[in-house]
Design a protein around this ligand. Sequence first.
Ligand SMILES: Cc1cc2nc3c(=O)[nH]c(=O)nc-3n(C[C@H](O)[C@H](O)[C@H](O)COP(=O)(O)OP(=O)(O)OC[C@H]3O[C@@H](n4cnc5c(N)ncnc54)[C@H](O)[C@@H]3O)c2cc1C
Length: 646
Amino acid sequence: MAPDPRHPHPRPVLPGDWTADVLVVGGGHAGVEAALAAARIGCSVALVTFRLDLVGEMSCNPAIGGLGKGQIVREIDALGGAMGRLADATGIQFRMLNTAKGAAVRAPRCQSDRHLYREAATRTVAAVPAIRMIEAAVTGLVIAEGAAGGGGRGRGPSVRGVRLADGTELRAGAVILTTGTFLRAVMHTGESQVSGGRIGEASADGMSLDVARLGLALGRLKTGTPPRLAAESIAWDGLEEQRGDEHPVPFSFATDPAAFPALAQIACHVTYTNERTHAIIRANIHRAPMYAGRIEGVGPRYCPSVEDKVVRFADKDRHQVFLEPEGLTTNVVYVNGVSTSLPAEVQEEFLRTVAGLERAEFLRHGYAVEYDFVEPSQLADTFAVRRVPGLFLAGQINGTSGYEEAAGQGLIAGANAALWVKDEAPFVLARHEAYIGVMVDDLIVSNPSEPYRMFSSRAEYRLLLRQDNADRRLTRRAAAVGLASQAALERVEAKEQAIAQAKVALDKLRIEGKTGSEFLRRPGVALADLESRVPELASLALSPEVREGVEIDVKYAGYVKRQEESIERLRSQEATELPDDLDYAALSGLGTEAREKLTRLRPRTLGAAARIDGVRPPDVALLAVHVARHLRTKTAARKPSMRTQA
Ligand SMILES: Cc1cc2nc3c(=O)[nH]c(=O)nc-3n(C[C@H](O)[C@H](O)[C@H](O)COP(=O)(O)OP(=O)(O)OC[C@H]3O[C@@H](n4cnc5c(N)ncnc54)[C@H](O)[C@@H]3O)c2cc1C
């Protein structure tokens, strides 16, 4: 079978002693989804991670979802992944964010019980017979030099497995690295610097060296986590209470609403920093590793440390502090909003100036972690490393931040590693199909200068990419490659049918001289209003999710049509492949920045080229002309040989 041109490499010839089709390094959020996805597609999988008791660990905030991220979780669920079901089973507070705004930006979020989440993730992976879980430290990659063959593109080194700390070699058809914040990781608290990717876990320096040895460009980023406090030491009375939704909506399309939520629900509380807090932070700012120059990595701009907030927003006299219980049976409280790497004694001093925290007992101090990431522009849209056959990367190793982003990437990498091993066509999501598609495209056409996280504003087609329709967008495609189950497919078909039936009924209705659909489009009119007036509609007994689907389809029909037309216009640009061997340096007329970035990033299509920052419309026009000429030359060159054959 000819190699699929969209896979960057031909299929490997598996060695006789291979242990798994797909080997995943790391049992975090990316690793869990990668292993599960590869197994769903029919591969045998080895999941190797430092500690099996920390599979699915939430390194930072015990929360899933949020703006932009909640949509990713719904997409993961529609693609057969686990994150939505895990969140539903372990959530202790659920909220739909942005309900006052349009349907396009609504997003689910939950607080999870950290321990239960980890246990549920471990059980989910362990229950899959095709996955073998191995507790070990991976110290390097097993590389075969120049063995891959494949028309020149796979001539370099290819990955055949991994090496463990005890010297054992595990062989596999494909290896997915999902090592998170662990590459050459250093944890900082004030002047103290300790090697390690997360409290209690080592740094993976060998892996970092091996990745660099393969010639991959690495960058350095940082992230941080706030202190954890003892619940009984907090004066809760008088603090603002924040409750979850009265009628919570599950993440997973498979969760039975009647059995949801599964756990008792808790309240969070809000308090505020004040001028005294800020004065202490300012007086000690020179002791923060970032400000003292001990950290070179860039941190997340949208999730800044409290010292960053005090410096960057000097005019603000207070910042919110959310007190979030980490579970139902623990006294650990996560102090959201005050991520910090100031010295331990300074953390205690400034936090005790905050109302309610005057006698706070610290169970753990905040810290920052600095780590290597692999520049994601070296990846294909399958998350395969373009120059190293058999190697895939997913999660924080690609310069992202967040559980949801990691899980979404893990699913795509796991699916594609499996499809590559099985010699089947890749599974790629486009920007107009999914937030996950937006993330993949954003990552591979540029390199993050700070940890990349999802926002709804990153998606130009966000009216199409809603949380409510993730199943309608993705489940059929997922089922076609084995990612989603038959039951999921039947569920979405039934939902589509019910929505279609309701829309036909609406169109037949006449209310005040208008069709039911026209009437529903009026501002302030809800489908429930019509149901109470029209017995035919009420008799359809629509479920809440079908009702939501109908309402959004009808109310937003005009906008959706315009977005679909815009996608159609861009389709030809998106479908125009740029030749692999295109010599941008030799193309006269390209802007200097465009030439430099195109040479470095090597976009796959004209559409991807157009999205690179610094590539201007005239550069794209020039590329389009060049590609057309290139194609004509190629076709002309092929003609004589066809005649010869004849
Ligand atoms: C201190 C800290 C603060 C954070 N703060 C935030 C935040 O504020 N906001 C936010 O969105 N995200 C934050 N994160 C990031 C969030 O935890 C990650 O984005 C997410 O967990 C990434 O998932 P992942 O699967 O890529 O990696 P991880 O969840 O980190 O999982 C990596 C896994 O790989 C394993 N591993 C690594 N190297 C090896 C090896 N050589 N051999 C075997 N196993 C290995 C580890 O044990 C771990 O199980 C923070 C992370 C940390 C550590």
